[in-house]
Ligand binder design. Structure first.
Ligand code: ADP
Ligand code: MG
Length: 610
């Protein structure tokens, strides 16, 4: 008689199935199914995704999913991860002094310094001073160029220009003597007049040099030490720009302010530890590291971080139908990051890179939920649902189907919300732990640091390599290799950075360079995934010495990452550890480990041959 049994792993992001065909007490065939998880893990909403995942596997097997005899789901308390971002510095300009935006097409090149003057007032200007002309909206580029040329002929020294409209190149083309021109300055009416000013424009593809350097600004405006300290945030806000304007006003002030960010309170078994959020991630993680068993995490009430952690708790409580008093944050991961934020009091939507801390929190919900879900699923499908498997060991059991692996084995399941770690000793004993922070946090960091505010685009940036369309017939991949095409590439993509997805290219709308995007992407993986892997090893290690591990196998969706394997090898080979992606059932790569483990554990417990 043929029986069909499925192991189903409901993750934060993905619901995976391992469907076995059993005949005469033996497993004779196995197929995988995959579907996005519907709703929050551990809730009845999951049923939709479970059915989809079952259907996927059943169709490969050539059967109806209703023909199944039994389903085994994880008994483990579901782990839910969430994340948030906390900005801890803020740049404020109390009087208009800075225009640091990046117009697409500034005019001219080089540095110009002088007093700001309205273009209409040039006739009254003296010849013994240098000027930067301010061109409002109602003066068109022909008039602007004519006025600059005429006045220059009369001996007025015009060293640069600031334009409201996007006319920088048009004006520059008509000038007899070229000057740097910054255009697209939104709030031109707020540019203070009669004040010392510097305009800098870099060559195409280059970055400004003097105005992005505090000492450069100090040189231009003859600043003293105290004043130089004050303009550091300006210089910082201008780094990486092709053009910039800085104006020195007598009472103008630019400050980098630290936002009172509050404290994180980590409640251990006996003691509560505190970490100030504005001291950065390292301090927070040091405290997390020294708390042997985290019972809960809270933040000081009335601060941003306090509100954020409570929000996580309330959301989890609502979604899992629990009282928020019963929801405990069992792990926390913090990473330092810098995010572009609009400068308060800016003239042209300038952004400053502000310091921020990204925080991932992990909540373990109640075991009762899996039982409730199992009952609902059983009613829906009219099938017996079995809850089984010791927490953590399912992933190991699945991972052990990878050729070349053996106990003792450390398995890292890097999913969307959490990194689940399980060490299986030679005698089969297991030691599972769950850490906050995984794929979702990487995506969040990429989105925030590049100022994308777009999770799906950030997911694509995370998953696939980049390339630059250098001509209509060739692209240069991020590794430097060049690929030619017989047919012309869509001209809209010319000069753009693209994501090379298997199903086609996707252009990234940003002024950031390919190198910058790549660097942000790799750093995000380093900060979250590599750090978490090292944290995992330190946590399960008996001796605190990472050399004790021999085999480390990666499973879970984030292990599919195209560059993570090499990054992990780099980080772990230092300790003499062999590491790599799993190849579940010799065919599935790092996918399906837990589902496969669930199926195999059922078969073993019930005396089937594998
Ligand atoms: P869970 O067990 O939490 O449901 P998964 O094991 O399905 O999660 O992993 C989901 C995570 O894997 C997501 O963060 C997703 O972005 C990431 N992921 C999926 N495919 C890739 C890929 N090709 N490269 C990098 N990350 C990936
Ligand atoms: Mg998973």
């Amino acid at each position: 008689m043929i029986r069909y049994v499925a192991g189903v792993d409901i993750g934060n992001a993905t619901t995976e199935t391992a469907l076995g065909m059993l005949e005469n007490g033996n497993l004779i065939r196995c197929e995988s199914g995959i579907a996005p998880t519907a709703g929050v893990k551990g809730t009845k909403d999951n049923i939709l995704g479970i059915i989809q995942s079952l259907k996927d596997a059943a169709s490969k097997m050539g059967i109806d999913y209703k023909a199944l005899d039994l389903i085994r789901i994880n008994e483990a308390t579901p782990v839910i991860g969430d994340f948030a971002m906390e900005t801890i510095t803020e740049t404020i300009i109390t009087e208009s002094t800075l225009i640091g935006h990046n117009p697409d097409t500034p005019g001219g090149m080089g540095l110009g310094t002088g007093k700001t003057i309205l273009i209409g007032d040039l006739a009254q200007a003296g010849t013994d001073e240098k000027y930067i002309v301010v061109v409002p909206e109602d003066v068109d580029f022909l008039d602007a160029a004519r006025l600059i040329n005429e006045n220059a002929e009369h001996g007025i020294q015009i060293e640069g220009a600031i334009l409201k409209k996007d006319d920088g190149v048009l004006v520059n083309n008509r000038l007899k003597r070229k000057i740097p021109i910054v255009d697209e300055v939104e709030m031109i009416g707020r540019v203070p007049l009669g004040m010392p000013c510097a305009v800098e424009v870099a060559a195409p593809g280059g970055c400004i040099d003097l105005l992005a350097n505090p000492y450069g600004i100090a040189t231009v405006f003859a600043l003293n030490t105290k004043e130089t300290r004050q303009i550091v945030p300006i210089a910082k806000a201008l780094i990486g720009n092709r053009s910039a304007v800085v104006i020195k006003t007598p009472s103008g002030e630019i400050r980098e302010r630290r936002i009172p960010a509050g404290e994180i309170l980590i409640h251990g078994e006996h003691k509560t530890y505190r970490a100030a959020v504005d001291r950065g991630a390292q301090e927070i993680m040091a405290v997390v590291g020294k708390t042997s068993e985290i019972r809960d995490v809270t933040g000081t009430t009335g601060t941003n971080v306090g509100g954020m952690l409570e929000k996580v708790r309330l959301e989890m409580a609502a979604l899992t139908e629990q009282d928020s008093k019963d929801v405990f944050i069992r792990d926390l991961m913090a990473v330092d990051t810098i995010v572009p934020k609009e400068v308060q009091g800016n003239l042209a939507n300038e952004f400053a890179m502000e310091k921020a801390v990204g925080i991932a929190a992990m909540v373990k919900t109640h075991k009762l939920h899996m039982e409730r879900l199992a009952r609902a699923l059983s009613e829906e499908l009219g099938l017996p649902i079995d809850i089984g498997g010791v927490e953590g060991s399912m992933a190991v059991r699945g991972a052990l189907t990878t050729p070349g692996t053996d106990k003792p084995l450390l398995v890292l399941d890097i999913g969307a919300g959490s990194t689940d770690v399980c060490l299986m000793e030679e005698d089969g004993r297991t030691k599972p732990i769950h850490l906050a922070g995984a794929g979702n946090m990487v995506t969040m960091l990429i989105s925030a640091e590049l100022g994308l505010d777009n999770f799906r685009l950030a997911e694509d940036i995370k998953k696939y390599p980049l390339a630059k369309v250098e001509s209509l017939y060739h692209i240069r991949h991020e590794d430097g290799s060049v690929q030619f095409f017989e047919e012309a590439i869509d001209s809209k993509l010319y000069g753009r950075t693209i994501i090379v997805k298997p199903e086609g290219w996707k252009a990234i709308k940003t002024k950031k360079s390919l190198e910058k995007i790549r660097q942000v992407r790799r750093e995000a993986k380093e900060k979250v995934l590599i750090q978490n892997i090292l944290r995992a090893l330190k946590t399960v290690s008996l001796t605190g010495n990472l050399n004790e591990f021999e085999h480390v196998v990666l499973v879970g969706g984030s292990s599919l990452d195209f560059e993570l394997g090499n990054m992990v090898t780099d980080a772990l080979s230092y300790y003499g550890i062999i590491s790599g992606k799993a190849n579940i059932r010799k065919t599935e790569g790092p996918r399906n480990a837990v589902a496969t483990g669930l199926l195999l554990s059922y078969l073993e417990e019930n005396g089937y041959g594998i």
